[in-house]
Ligand binder design. Structure first.
Ligand SMILES: [Zn+2]
Length: 55
């Protein structure tokens, strides 16, 4: 999967790429092997849930 996506934290305004995000398991019962939540590396707020199931 492409690692070129950029995100901006709505909470603190920090911009980061997928590879820089703190990753956690999703909260909604989704398969943790297929879905991960990207969190702001600065403040830890959840920013985006992404599909990572296909390498
Ligand atoms: Zn943040």
């Amino acid at each position: 999967m492409s690692d070129g996506s950029r995100y901006t934290c709505d909470d603190c305004g920090t911009g980061f790429r997928t590879s820089e995000a703190t990753r956690t398991r999703t909260m909604g019962g989704l398969d943790p092997d297929a879905w991960q939540t990207l969190c702001c590396p600065a403040c830890g707020v959840r920013v985006k849930t992404v599909f990572v199931g296909l390498d």
